[in-house]
Design a protein. Structure first.
Lengths: 169, 169
DNA sequence: GTAAGAAGGTTTAAATTTGAAGCACTTAGT
DNA sequence: ACTAAGTGCTTCAAATTTAAACCTTCTTAC
């Protein structure tokens, strides 16, 4: 069956244009992640991904989500989430709660201070995202970017629920 | 003078469509980085960025580059590079050499074993990039992606040389 | 019922990243 | 020359990430 790949035969290398595209992608994403990490570390004392976790909770009913759901939403491993929530808990932005239905389960809950911090940090973050991304692109480019990224994300993540990523290992 | 920004006044929030675009971006980039890191960790025993460093050296005259140049090329801090090269040196893929002209300077040099390892890992990596990205996009989308990423990268990195990033802190 | 296995999360140890500090050398300016 | 400032790079300690191992608590299939 050889589902893995075809480890043999000369691969189809990237041509010059593809190389340029790929490098631009790597550079842009590296620089932007870095930029946002710094912006949020400075203004909110946490990296971008942690901020995303708080946002994820803020949007959810009762400002809470099961650990695994949050991990899926943020596209990170459960292990990484576990550490992250532990840290956010130390900061008082998040609280853990047992799940009544499933004794194994845990909820991550956004606290009031957590929500406040989010409100405080959000404006600066949006500004940063606009400055670095939206303000530099035409409406067509924005639309195109959205489609492209949607395609790539879906390709790496077999449709939402049915994800056969075990949840990310 | 308040050069920083305008920390005041209600910010222009992202509308629904912008939100979708931004989230797709974050998800896709997170998943792809993760995917490539795993692929390369499995096939080459190193994360994606380390692989990029070896490629950077392989392309350079004499397979060598000054630390700072390599850091710029890879868009990472000197500190991070220092650690990375130390690790690659332990693996025997890279060797450090003093710079004759400037006694402070160091060259990172790709070794023969390093080049071999690169040759061995490259096919799988290209395949992964194609599978996840190029094969899923139309030629127009690829072109658009290239333009968009070029714009974003340039925006975050005041033209190449004249970068006023001190080199990234 | 119950044992085997899956699911939900956490923990451990090692690897990597970060930001600040610290050296050693260079360069500019006097 | 001579010193203050700047460069180039490394190191330190703390924070984060990773993968694997490990509990518990469900679920399933006898």
């Amino acid at each position: 069956m050889n589902t893995a790949s075809v480890p043999d035969e000369e691969p189809r290398w990237l041509d010059d244009e593809e190389q340029r595209i790929w490098r631009s992608y790597v550079h842009a994403t590296t620089l932007l992640e870095d930029h946002l990490d710094r912006q949020l570390q400075r203004d909110a004392g946490m990296p971008h991904i942690y901020y995303g976790l708080l946002v994820g909770l803020a949007e959810s009913p009762d400002r809470r989500l099961r650990m695994t759901e949050l991990a899926m939403k943020a596209k990170i491993t459960r292990s990484r989430l576990s550490h992250a929530i532990a840290r956010l808990e130390r900061n008082g932005w998040v609280r853990r709660e047992d799940c009544p239905d499933d004794k194994r389960g845990q909820f991550a809950v956004l606290t009031d201070p957590g929500l406040e911090m989010l409100k405080g940090a959000a404006p600066g973050h949006v500004r940063a995202v606009r400055n670095a991304l939206f303000d530099r692109l035409t409406p067509e480019q924005q639309k195109s970017l959205g489609e492209i990224m949607r395609i790539v994300a879906e390709g790496l993540q077999p449709d939402e629920a049915g994800a056969d990523l075990p949840w990310l290992r």
